[in-house]
Design a protein around this ligand. Structure first.
Ligand code: 13P
Length: 255
């Protein structure tokens, strides 16, 4: 293994799912995060904002990191309903997802907004998981690479480095659909992201940034997807709600 190859990260995005009773899912993840798995892969769980504090307390000492799913660009103020990166950090989060396609689609977030949120994450000491990915129409029009490149450039703050930035490639058409790109297509996009990262974080650090694949990752396809060059883990939606499935996906790194 090359010295520079980043340690993989498997992160669960619970989206708008999870109640207090979901603590048991985290318990099950703790129980299954064996020393063998800990040696190979980092785990993070990104629950809804209401559960960030409780799950972060529950996760103390477990090496499962907790993250938010979005943050406001400002530290505080009159922004009813929003949560700042500082609040997430205060609640015990160490990651925050920004620019998820569901935020871009349903909340009209543009690259510039995503970048401002990632800046906020860095200001608060959080690692930003910056999400990018093309729609079905864009892929069919042969524009996947140019869309991903533009989103990455527009959404990544200049102060990014391999510690405070994770990139998640999530083709919109693969999210929640059971569809996944071919390994060759994933490899092509991840190679482009790696190459662009040279410009964004510098050549030396670019090899250490974790680039996750997301979109219908399941235990049944994790081994193939995680083996693709420049794939350094997964951002998992639906399958992360079931501890056994989430752990089985992470278990791809034991093979
Ligand atoms: O959007 C996703 C993770 O952020 C992927 O969701 P699914 O794994 O449910 O397709």
């Amino acid at each position: 293994m090359s010295v520079d190859r980043p340690r993989p990260l498997v992160a669960g995005n619970w989206k708008m799912n999870g109640l207090k009773s979901s603590a048991k899912v985290l318990d099950e993840i703790h129980a299954g995060y064996t020393p063998g798995l800990k040696a190979k892969v980092d785990l993070a769980v990104c629950p809804p904002a209401t559960l960030v504090g409780p799950l972060a307390l529950q996760a103390v000492g477990s090496r499962v990191a907790i993250g938010g799913q979005d943050c406001h660009a400002k530290e505080s103020g009159a922004f009813t309903g929003n949560v700042s990166a500082e609040m997430l950090a205060d609640a015990g989060a160490t990651y925050v997802i920004v620019g998820h396609s569901e935020r871009r689609q349903y909340h009209g977030e543009k690259d510039v907004d995503v970048c401002a949120k990632a800046v906020a994450a860095h200001r608060a000491g959080l690692t930003a998981i910056v999400c990018i990915g093309e729609t079905r129409e864009e892929r069919e029009a042969g524009r996947a690479l140019s869309v991903v490149k533009k989103q990455l450039r527009g959404s990544t703050p200049v102060d990014s480095n391999s510690q405070n930035l994770v990139v998640a490639y999530e083709p919109v058409w693969a999210i929640g659909t059971g569809l996944t790109p071919t390994s060759a297509d994933v490899a092509e996009v991840h190679a482009l992201i790696r190459d662009e990262l040279k410009r964004l974080v510098g050549k030396a650090d670019s090899a250490r940034v974790r680039i996750l694949y997301g979109g219908s990752v399941k235990p049944s396809n994790a081994t193939e997807l995680m083996a693709v060059e420049n794939v350094n883990g997964a951002l998992v939606g639906g399958a992360s709600l079931v501890a056994a499935d989430f752990l089985a996906i992470a278990g791809a790194y034991l093979e």
